[in-house]
Design a protein around this ligand. Structure first.
Ligand code: LAN
Length: 731
């Protein structure tokens, strides 16, 4: 499997490497599903010969030949934006969207690899090799206690990241004496090895290298409680409930893998004391200091004690009823999402539930196996598991808006690209409600756009909004047809309006269904704010700005409600401004991201630098963070600490957000804005692209996630807007 690779290619892993020229990205069928395929020797006589497309080559980290571009630096922001888009068009899939790597979290591979192992499903050879290479390339090279893996790829090593990825490598066939494994094990032992985080304990218990007695119960019985109860899990955030449903099922079954030599050996390798001497119950409410971010509250520990008592005496008919209920919810989730499920954590768990209940040959299990591919992304460093089945709609929307804002969309050379982008957005809209709707406690999906693909099928408030806005902007262009009809856009508006919370803000997937007090029960230890939905300034801004674009085109539809929803939303955004003038970002890093969105909302209400104290304070905050080179750079640490933390170096993406903020605020002095644009231009590579810099996104305060397409969409947007809005002279 080892073949020649380009010179600068990252090194092979402990199992070698595959041949990058044999990888193919299938992205243009099935609504933008991303599936990496590898052509093996035995296939070559049947498979049609193919060339590596620019799209695949780019994501594989191979050099792309310069194609008809002037390698000299662009002289104006508009030229830089044009050159950037000329390059970016080369990466567009044939169906009009852009594919992308959606990595960052380092706790996803363990779930899928453990699930494959315990179900005795062979891992394809090329995955085995490339996953091991990925983990080798991403292994940290810090001190003794930092040679493993953290919760995301920029974070320090943790017990969770190191222990679980060590297990992945062992299950893939890497030996314990490999130097990288010795280093990882030393780090693990240095960090204490025990106790693992609850989600780590869960997967280790499934693999039979940890006892279920070391975990707090996660009883499926909660689903049998009356729905009016304020703690009922239907009120939890969609991701949290969709993790705890299969977890409750698997824990309730007490499922563990069949013991074998590898499992017996792992029991020795992972811990510093003999397996049989571990006092499992003492570990329940402990978490290694290297991992903990959101410690259990006393209330949570008290609840766990009650669950534990119940667990000992649970009558089997109640338990069975609860397991049936949980299983039914798993089945409905699978069927609603064509086996993609809402995210990668539940994906692996649901797959295992289906195997246990229906067997390896069942259609459900087989369908799950097919859809694992959507989460396995091949990169220059090897193969990872992604945070969702892609960020297709999200990336498509931001580039659509960038080309519209900058005027690039009207240029004849971009006509084909914008047309196919619109066609893709048209096909991506969800037009019906879920198959299992009320019974599965789902929010409406009719008229919505998802975050990734239509097939995944979840409404997200801001994805619906950004999707609708993009369609409206593209359909305003004279060369593009109206593909998404008024009726379908009205359905989007209905969905957006249905998502506004009484206080005015918009949350992510659903209305806020529970009290923030539920956060006291957060069992997850590493993530904060996961128990319920919260209003977010990013989501709220996307909703109000898209409603305003809609209103411009269709002034009559639900006008009074749109106006009042927008007013209330903007009022709520004002209340979320911090004393220092900034807004905290929950999904992008961090204050730079959220302040850009919030300022857009205020601008819609007519508030700009000249007339608004709130906007002036926001501008002062942003200007106070500009770095000496004219750029802005924020670290993911801001999200954790909730205080602005500078990145070591300025970042083109943060700089683009700051530039857009100042332009939207109509900040009167063009100089700091120009300095930001010059920084972005100075980082443009001869082929028109920008190099990957630090990670851009975040979730649950503590986990970072990458949006590599942002370095195109936001730079092009900022440069294009600056070119349009600032005086032509002075560059
Ligand atoms: C995402 C990615 C997109 C993101 C935005 C659209 C940017 C945001 O504005 C709303 C929330 C949303 C949809 C979002 C929610 C949480 C996700 C799905 C993720 C950050 C990607 C991965 C993350 C998911 C929870 C990862 C699995 C981890 C668990 C803790 C279950």
């Amino acid at each position: 499997m080892t073949a020649a690779t380009p010179r600068a290619y990252p090194p092979p892993g402990p199992l070698g490497h595959t041949d990058p020229a044999r990888w193919r990205l299938s992205s243009a069928t099935d609504g933008g599903r991303h599936v990496w395929l590898y052509r093996r020797d035995q296939d070559s006589h049947t498979a049609a010969p193919y060339e590596t497309t620019d799209e695949a080559a780019y994501w594989l980290g191979l050099d792309l030949p310069l194609k008809g571009v002037d390698p000299a630096p662009a002289r104006s922001p508009l030229d830089a934006a044009k050159k950037g888009f000329e390059f970016y068009k080369r990466l567009q899939s044939d169906d009009g969207h852009w594919s992308g790597e959606y990595g960052g979290p380092m706790f996803l591979l363990p779930g899928i690899i453990i699930a494959l192992y315990v179900t005795k499903t062979p891992v394809p050879e090329e995955w085995r090799v490339e996953i091991a290479r990925y983990l080798a390339n991403l292994q940290r090279k810090g001190g003794d206690d930092d040679q493993g893996w953290g919760i995301h790829f920029e974070a320090r090593s943790s017990v969770f990241g190191t222990g679980l990825n060590y297990v992945v490598l062992r299950l893939l066939g890497v030996g314990p004496d490999e130097p990288m494994m010795v280093r990882a094990r030393n780090t693990l032992h240095k960090l204490g090895a025990l106790p693992f985080l609850s989600w780590g304990k869960f997967w280790l218990a499934i693999l039979n290298v940890h006892s279920w007695r070391g975990l707090n119960p996660t009883p499926a019985e909660l689903w049998l409680l009356p729905e009016w109860l304020p703690v009922h899990p239907w009120r939890w955030w969609i991701h949290t409930r969709n993790v705890y449903i299969p977890m409750g099922f698997l824990a309730g079954k007490g499922f563990q893998a069949d013991e074998d030599d590898l499992i017996r050996s792992l029991r020795e390798e992972l811990y510093t004391q003999p397996y049989s001497s571990i006092n499992w119950p003492s570990l329940r409410n402990n978490v290694s200091a290297a991992d903990v971010y959101a410690p259990h509250s006393r209330v949570a520990n008290a609840c766990f004690a009650v669950f534990d008592l119940y667990d000992r005496v649970a009558p089997s008919w109640v338990r069975n009823k609860a397991l049936d209920r949980a299983y039914r919810l798993v089945v409905m989730e699978d069927e609603n999402t064509a086996f993609q499920t809402v995210g990668p954590v539940s994906k692996a768990m649901n797959m295992l539930c289906r195997w246990i209940q229906e067997g390896p040959e069942s259609d459900a299990f087989q369908q799950h196996l097919v859809k694992i591919r959507d989460f396995m992304w091949m990169s220059k460093d090897g193969m990872m598991m992604t945070g969702t089945n892609g960020s297709q709609l999200w990336d498509a929307s931001f580039i659509a808006q960038a080309v519209c804002e900058s005027g690039l969309a009207s240029l004849p050379e971009n006509a084909d690209s914008t047309r196919s982008l619109l066609e893709w957005l048209d096909a991506c809209q969800i037009q019906t409600n879920p198959k299992h709707y009320r019974e599965a406690f789902r929010h409406r999906t009719e008229g919505a756009w998802p975050f990734s693909t239509k097939e995944q099928g979840y409404t997200v408030s801001d994805c619906t909004a950004e999707g609708m806005k993009s369609v409206l902007l593209l359909q305003e262009l004279s060369h593009l047809p109206t593909l998404v009809t008024r009726e379908r856009l009205c359905a989007s508006v209905d969905t957006i309006l249905s998502l506004q919370n009484p206080a005015g803000g918009f949350a992510s997937y659903e209305l806020i269904r529970g009290s923030p007090l539920l956060e006291l029960l957060n069992p997850a230890e590493v993530f904060a704010n996961i128990m319920i939905e919260y209003p977010y300034v990013e989501c709220t801004t996307a909703c109000v700005t898209s409603l305003s674009v809609f209103k411009r085109k269709y002034p009559d539809y639900r006008r009074a409600e749109i106006d009042s929803a927008s007013r209330r939303a903007i009022e709520w955004i004002k209340t979320a401004q911090r004393a220092d003038g900034s807004w905290y970002g929950s999904w992008g890093i961090c204050f730079t991201y959220a302040t850009m969105f919030s300022i857009e909302s205020l601008a819609l209400a007519g508030e700009t630098y000249g007339n608004s104290e709130a906007v002036r304070r926001a501008c002062a905050f942003i200007l106070g963070k500009q770095m000496d080179d004219g750029g802005w750079g924020e670290s993911y640490k801001s999200c954790e600490t909730e205080e602005y933390v500078h990145n070591a170096k300025s970042q083109v993406v943060n700089t683009a957000w700051a530039v857009i903020t100042l332009l939207t605020a109509q900040y009167p002095d063009p100089e700091p804005i120009r300095a930001g644009c010059r920084l972005i231009m100075s980082r443009q590579l001869p082929d028109g692209s920008w190099a990957q810099e630090s990670i851009e996104g975040v979730f649950n305060k503590n986990a970072a996630i990458s949006y590599p397409n942002f370095k195109f969409a936001w730079t092009i947007n900022a440069l294009g807007q600056a070119a349009r809005k600032l005086p032509r002279e002075g560059w």
